[in-house]
Design a protein. Sequence first.
Length: 358
Amino acid sequence: MIIVMTMGATDEQAEAVREQIRAHDLTPHDNYGTQRVVIAVLGDVAPVRDHLMSKLSSMPGIESVTPISRPFKLASRESHPEDTIVEVLGARIGNGSLTIMAGPCSVEDREMMLETAKAVAAAGATILRGGAFKPRTSPYSFQGLGLEGLHLLVEARKATGLPIITEVMEPGQVDVVTEHADILQVGTRNMQNYSLLTAVGKAGKPVMLKRGYGATIEEWLMAAEYVMSAGQPNVILCERGIRTFETYTRNTLDLTAVPLLHHLTHLPVIVDPSHATGKRWLVRPMALAAVAAGADGIMVEVHPRPDEAKSDGEQSLTFEQFASMAAALRHIHDEVKTLIKDPFITDGPVTVGEASKH
Ligand code: PEP
Ligand code: MN
């Protein structure tokens, strides 16, 4: 349920509404980014809906009370019709510009990190990526440089001016990653790690939430809801492929997620064609397709010598490939702005369970 206060509503009137919500054992949550006071009601509203509605109907200063039909509330476009724009160090994500997050899979050493950072910055990357704590399928694979990796990312930020994004794998790492990084990344394997989601939600920095490789879009948005309800409104969603029966690619890139998410949520949507495909030569066409589908940006892995990479070399682009792709992406992005909206069709209704209906 969303309560929109009138323009002239007083602080006391808004507080009385919050009190009324608390009196029903629910939690009031102020929405950000709007001129009026907008209060979302969090909790199990259904059993007390009628009673709460009748109480609210006699209170002054309320313009409208609207139920939210989706299970995700703060993440829902119903509760926040305007797009969320995430701002970090002058970079804006979700404002219609093209976000390009690029860098190595893992921070391997100082030289390769700085070399890569400068190359991607020169080619137009807007955010620098690099893994310091690496979630690896095998315990025998390179696990990342940890704190030293974070220090190298900070050095790379100084050298390029680009904001940095890096993965945090467990609640115990949240403080140290928050201290160094500009955006906290939650990886696919942790998308439903609820204690981690709550911890990053309380950390005070924007969070990029990658889609769990076995997660539905609704489960993914519920995970975003954890981060938001813990206090962080700036959540970025990243589609990175899901596991299907197909084995020619590492994962299957679900590009329908892009327009679906724009319909369901106000949060920015990024696509990672590197982990989605696992193959360097498939990265460019999928990145272009993602931008053509309306993604707010992409995240892509780049390495000075992909064949020598300590992780994900097969899917990492060379500097030359990245520069060429970035130029192509900007071209598509400029074109797509005027082409993406179908002039004859407005967004249709979106319901879950489509597969079982046909
Ligand atoms: C990454 O981006 O470094 C990563 C490990 O990706 P994912 O969590 O999508 O596998
Ligand atoms: Mn990787």
